[in-house]
Write a protein that binds this ligand. Structure first.
Ligand SMILES: N[C@@H](CCC(=O)N[C@@H](CS)C(=O)NCC(=O)O)C(=O)O
Length: 195
């Protein structure tokens, strides 16, 4: 069976939600991203030299890292989870790339040992990028009526924005509440011991 290496509440939560949305079975192995040990006591840097979650391992042992690639693979298996239309897959990569290289990266000082000044600066960068997405998103989900893997990624990051008390536009707070109500999201949160 496929295996996802994850850390509770990390960006790998987006992958767990998306696997559930796609009804793909997987096992899940927890990684302590500080000590780089897995729940079975293995050295994670041997399994994934990047040291990051998510890592998806297929039945044949082949692996995929990077949220953009992993989420796009899931959307390839379950096209309902990508926007439709001739540019659907391109639009998906466009937003996943932005979520990863612009939004996700902007949180890094909040997670790590940064000064208060650096954290305040990071918080306003995150807030500005959330405002941009609030202005450009369709409703009720990022691409309109259908929930996609990009929504799972944004949801995981909105959890962090709330925890770090970043300013979140009201439209995204409503969106967060809506996504939270999905059965797959409730299941994923419960599986990671989160509420
Ligand atoms: N470029 C990677 C980044 C993944 C990433 O930042 N993962 C975080 C958790 S959200 C992590 O594993 N951090 C461990 C560390 O910083 O050492 C991706 O897009 O998948």
């Amino acid at each position: 069976m496929m295996k996802l290496y994850y850390a509770p509440g990390a960006c790998s939560l987006a992958v767990r939600i998306s696997l559930h949305e796609a009804e793909l079975d997987a096992e899940f192995e927890r990684v302590d991203i500080r000590t780089k040990r897995t729940e079975h006591g293995d050295d994670y840097t041997v399994i994934n030299p990047k040291g990051y979650v998510p890592l998806l391992v297929f039945d044949d042992g082949d692996t995929v890292t990077e949220n953009t690639a992993v989420l796009d693979w899931i959307a390839g298996r379950e096209p309902r989870l990508a926007p439709d239309g001739p540019l659907g897959r391109t639009r998906l990569i466009e937003i996943l790339s932005w979520l990863s290289t612009e939004l996700h990266i902007a949180f890094k000082p909040l997670w790590h040992n940064a000064t208060e000044v650096e954290k305040a600066a990071a918080s306003s960068v995150v807030a500005a990028r959330l405002a941009l997405i609030a202005d450009t998103m369709r409703h009720p989900y990022l691409f309109g009526a259908a929930f996609t893997v990009a929504d799972a990624y944004l949801f995981a990051m909105l959890r962090w924005a709330r925890a770090f008390e970043v300013r979140i536009p009201p439209v995204l707070l409503d969106y967060f509440a809506r996504v939270s109500e999905r059965q797959t999201v409730g299941r994923a949160l419960a599986e990671e011991g989160l509420s």
